[in-house]
Design a protein around this ligand. Structure first.
Ligand SMILES: C[S@@+](CC[C@H](N)C(=O)[O-])C[C@H]1O[C@@H](n2cnc3c(N)ncnc32)[C@H](O)[C@@H]1O
Length: 347
């Protein structure tokens, strides 16, 4: 049986080490931080609100302490129990340089992880399980929403200004050739049609959405061709022509899938300075820090495909009211701005 007196002494010693480490982080004393970690202080220590050592160092503006904690494997994306990242603590306290350092750290880690992850995955594992699940679940169109059977919002009407602005950039004049992956509520496709494209391919995988498209007569619209199937499965048909504008906005897929799609874009986008690719930039849509990291990661991935990315920032207000999210399981957007990606061939 363990000796309770010894255990109490050990607990007290551990507590003291942890409190000393908190103090060292508050003071930004890097030498002290290092020696306390070596002495066994808990780098994963957090308070009752989930505030980690990284939050403390960020809030106090101790740049060197932040990098020391990261070098000692404290996660760059640590969040408190309310989901607020350490980087946001830095920003809120006016330490923009630390915020940017953490964005850099996040980008480095994510790019590396994505590379390692992709290298290790077999092709069949890359088929996102959640996309297959999603495609089997029934959908319903309700007011200005498209919902799945678990009340996840596949698409919502508040995104209309994003779709309209993007469509105008993708199809700036009549007679162009455009492609949209993911019909949803048809907001993007309606917006593209306003600019009278000569050719308009729509790729859609969900049978309920496809049925809805046929009911609305999309298959009879001039210049429109519908490719029914997962984009992964109809790539060959998608690639049988070139497009001046391409938009990607699917559901139940991950960043990996977007990344994989990006690799195909140069084969389909017309080789002109105006030809544009864009995608729904919902990555990290409920956390400004993760969103910033993902915007940078996406630009790096696209640069590797020979495309430059510029983000146009749009103020977002429509999705602010609680009423908009009534009846929806999860609020997937809460940022005050939307970063609309414009990706073009590097000249
Ligand atoms: C977010 S909605 C698109 C909304 C659309 N941008 C609009 O303006 O209404 C996503 C759409 O992608 C479709 N989708 C999901 N996975 C897909 C895949 N792998 N290939 C093609 N379409 C897919 C969904 O069925 C859904 O209709």
């Amino acid at each position: 049986m363990a000796d309770t007196t010894t255990e109490t002494i050990n607990d007290e010693k551990q507590n003291q080490l942890n409190l000393d480490l908190v103090k060292a982080c508050e003071e930004g004393n890097v030498e002290q931080i290092k020696s306390l970690i070596e002495a066994g202080a808990d780098i994963l220590y957090h308070d009752e609100k989930g505030k980690t050592l990284l939050h403390i160092a960020c809030e106090k503006g101790h740049k060197n302490a932040v990098s020391c904690l990261i070098r000692n494997h404290l996660a760059w994306n640590s969040v408190d129990f309310e989901g607020v990242s350490a980087a946001e603590y830095a920003k809120q306290a006016g330490h923009e340089d630390i915020y940017q350092d953490l964005v850099e750290e996040g980008v480095r880690t994510e790019v590396l992880l994505a590379y390692l992850d992709n290298r290790e995955k077999k092709p069949e594992e890359k088929l996102a399980a959640s996309n297959a699940d999603y495609l089997q679940r029934p959908l319903k169109y309700q007011d200005d929403k498209l919902l799945d059977s678990e009340l996840n919002a596949v698409m919502m009407g508040w995104e209309a200004p994003i779709m309209e602005k993007t469509a105008k950039i993708l199809c700036p004049k009549e007679g162009l050739s455009v492609m949209n992956i993911g019909f949803g509520l048809g907001l993007m496709d309606e917006a593209l049609q306003k600019y009278k494209p000569a050719h308009h391919t729509i790729v859609e995988a969900h049978p309920d959405v496809y049925k809805h498209m046929l009911e609305l007569g999309w298959d009879k619209r001039p210049g429109v061709r519908i490719l029914f199937g997962r984009w992964q499965d109809v790539l060959e048909q998608m690639k049988d022509r070139l497009y001046d504008g391409i938009y990607f906005d699917t559901f139940g897929e991950y960043y990996d899938d977007l990344h994989e799609f990006n690799d195909h874009v140069p084969d389909m986008l017309r080789d002109t300075p105006e030809a544009t690719y864009s995608f729904f930039n919902g990555l990290g849509g409920t956390n400004p820090f993760f969103h910033d990291v993902y915007c940078r990661v996406a630009s790096i991935d696209l640069r590797n495909c020979g495309l430059t990315t510029e983000y146009i920032t749009m103020p977002m207000t429509e999705q602010d009211s609680e009423v908009v999210w009534q009846g929806v399981k999860r609020r997937y957007w809460s940022l005050p701005t939307y970063n609309l990606p414009i990706c073009r061939f590097e000249l």
